[in-house]
Design a protein around this ligand. Sequence first.
Ligand SMILES: [Cu+2]
Length: 295
Amino acid sequence: MQIKQYILPSSSKHLINNFSMKNIIKILFFLLIPSFSLANEGISENWQLSFQQPATDLMSDIISFHSYILMPIITGISLLVLGLLLYIMFRFNSSRNHVASTTTHNTTIEILWTVIPVILLIIIAIPSFRLLYVSETIPKADITIKAIGNQWYWTYEYPDFDDISFDANMLADHELSDPKLRLLETDTQIVVPVDKVVKLQLTSADVLHAWTIPAFGVKMDAVPGRLNETWFKANKEGIYYGQCSELCGPKHAFMPINVKVVSNKEFEEWIKFAKSEYASLEINYSDDTFEMAKK
Ligand SMILES: [Cu+2]
């Protein structure tokens, strides 16, 4: 019963209103040109297909891999199979081909249909393994951020800077300012400098969560009792949005992720602000405290 309150207002009406000829043409266009770049950065837009604008070199490479290797191969195979099927249906139907062939083997064709797929798989595997390697190999980090998943918000820690630590909770609809990015805005943002390697350590305080920023090409599970590591190096200033991507309970959809990429100078200013706002208090234990603890 509790869950009812979390059900979102129906968006079906909105969908139908949007289903205009313009959008259909847009979708066809996206299908034809999968790497078509979008105007918005750090966020998806209505009727979007394909990826968000990349903000890291890794994500640019992932998009190139998808658009220039995977899509042409998939499209080619689909068209070839469709063409063969149509040709067979036309050329070898019973009215045109009264006596069926009894051929069962053709060595040339058998070699071809084994070797060609193997070559295609190798063409796919080489850049794919390279991307996996790059995403898994963390370069020397300029700053480290620890993200802890909670039901249902994220806690961030900057261990390099006096243990700055803060929670990021989603903003409710009435708290949003323009542009209203529903289910995406948080009260505090992670701030990182542009062109710097950020090592991200991930864990969870309760259940599985996943930290994702699509524009960075980063997605990593936050697992209780385990520390996962990933990294990103944003090459464009801006605000980038993501959402928890592991079903983690009834408010799974309400723990978005905001990353603000700023210049080095702005980052230093933010660190000064954050130290006074979020850093841990220095506690001086007097001897009395320890004496009391002993008793
Ligand atoms: Cu979650």
